[in-house]
Design a protein around this ligand. Structure first.
Ligand code: EPZ
Length: 445
């Protein structure tokens, strides 16, 4: 159900909020519990839609999931794993991209699986060719159908493979890890993603008994083992949510302390945040992001895989760049259609021009393919209130920030998609003195 928020803009966001476990790690650690012969416990789990979807899909396969939402503590017991009813699987079609990661664990546990068609934000083609290619290399029989993917394990079982990723895909790296850990023999993965969320998934698998090494050249080596136990693990914090609130502090001339934010995962963001004119204080509890006064400065930015500037950080920051004095350039190299959200900002008065060219240091995959994947932002431009429709998760949060920064009262519709990745975002806005309320009286987390 989509809800409409009324947002009274022009007031600085100020106060303290807490971020919990990373949206792009927690659901994957939940899937990893399937590989174990014993129950697992995961702490710092946020109450977000992707966690619900994976809980339901695990439950459909007989995994007992119990979640103490207030404590953020979840136990997962895979000892009665079984085939799911097709109707239960289909009910989760289109809800998330995570189900594709069930392939390896379900093949190891059951020898067969059916994965529903995937969801995920409309920010590009979101293909899964790397995933399917990788599963075939492990020996799986993979049949892509209209309504999902049907896979079966070969009679001799899954065997180690040599996987070379054309692009350091986070999902395909996770697919390889979750399949290789119990495959017969060793696996070499070249061109792997090495995001902090990937390293935390490796931590979880190692706790379960896996043998995984990461070389300096993005090569990950896995020695397959016969069985894995359960794990107890505290999820790393959500660096995308923390950065989103930091960008909100900048755009609204505010002062937001984000408890749980972890500096080592955010180094690149913090450098840009400071160069644009933001200020931050760091202590063992988290990071205080604030606008110290004075003009914001423009930036030339190129998104990249880790340790570069993360693609999910650019949307919230672009809102702050509309208030910087001069021309900023953002070259998006991870997704081909990630600037759709700028249409609403232009409607509110921002001056943003999109280009097909690679406007950055390095030509990327999208340069000659007609994708508007570079943006030039000219500021500062006052933002005026408007009626806006949320396009996707990160773009949606950027629309909220823009409405909070704009003069006047805006309505933001389709905000429910924001709860896919931002836990309790409405109550957090309340904790930051934001003047927002649902128009249709609908409730949401
Ligand atoms: C994960 O998506 C995250 N989602 C994304 O966060 C994040 O932006 C992305 O990694 C990059 O860091 C989750 O973890 C749930 P990819 P994923 O595979 O795994 C191409 C958010 O808002 N590709 O690294 O789907 C693909 O087209 C979301 O939190 C293929 O060509 O991303 C893209 O250009 C958005 N074939 C690039 O790789 C494939 O089989 C990166 O995709 C797979 C990917």
């Amino acid at each position: 159900m989509s809800s409409v928020l009324r947002v009274e803009g022009g007031h600085p966001l100020s106060g303290t909020i807490t971020v919990r476990g990373a949206k792009n790690f927690v659901p994957k650690a939940m899937v990893a519990s399937l590989l174990g012969s014993q129950p697992s416990r995961l702490d710092n789990v946020p109450l977000i839609r992707d966690v619900d979807v994976v809980s339901d899909l695990l439950g459909a396969h007989g995994v007992q999931v119990s979640f103490d939402q207030a404590a953020g503590s979840m136990t997962l017991d895979p000892r009665n794993v079984q085939r799911a009813r097709r109707s239960d699987i289909d009910a989760l079609g289109g809800a998330s991209r995570i189900p594709i990661l069930f392939c390896g664990p379900l093949l190891h546990q059951l020898g067969e699986a059916f994965i529903p068609e995937l969801g995920g934000c409309n920010i590009g083609g979101r293909p899964i060719d790397f995933h399917l290619e990788t599963l075939r290399k492990f020996g799986a029989n993979v049949e892509k159908r209209e309504d999902g993917v049907h896979i079966t394990k070969p009679s001799g079982g899954l065997h180690g493979a040599i996987v070379e990723l054309p692009f350091p895909s986070v999902g395909a790296t996770e697919q390889t890890l979750l399949t290789a850990v119990r495959a017969e023999g060793s696996t070499t993965l070249r061109g792997a993603a090495v995001e902090p969320e990937i390293m935390d998934l490796i931590n979880v698998l190692q706790k379960m008994g896996a043998i995984i090494s990461v070389d300096t050249d993005r090569t990950i080596r896995i020695e397959g083992v016969d069985s894995l136990t359960g794990y107890t693990h505290r999820a790393l914090p959500d660096r995308i949510e923390a950065a989103s609130w930091g960008a909100a502090a900048l755009a609204t001339h505010g002062d937001i302390t984000v408890l749980g934010a972890h500096q080592p995962d955010m180094t690149t963001f913090l450098n840009i945040f400071r160069k644009v004119g933001g200020a931050f204080d760091i202590d063992e509890d988290g990071i205080r992001f604030f606008h110290p006064g004075g003009d914001l400065k423009p930036a030339a930015l190129e998104t990249a895989v880790h340790p570069g500037f993360m693609t999910d950080w650019q949307q919230p920051l672009v809102v702050a760049l509309t208030q910087a004095k001069g021309l900023s350039i953002v070259h998006e190299t991870v997704y081909e259609k990630r600037f759709g959200f700028t249409k609403a900002l232009v409607k509110m008065g921002a001056n943003i021009q999109l280009y097909r060219e690679c406007l950055g240091a390095t030509p990327c995959r999208f340069g000659q393919r007609n994708f508007f994947h570079s943006a030039v932002i000219s500021g500062p431009t006052p933002l005026m209130a408007a009626d806006i429709e949320v396009p996707d998760l990160r773009g949606g949060f950027s629309h909220l920030i823009a409405a909070l920064a704009a003069k006047g009262t805006s309505t933001v519709s389709g905000v429910d998609v924001i709860s896919r990745g931002y836990e309790h975002f409405l109550s957090k806005l309340g904790q930051l003195d934001a003047r927002v309320a649902y128009v249709d009286g609908a409730t949401s987390r």
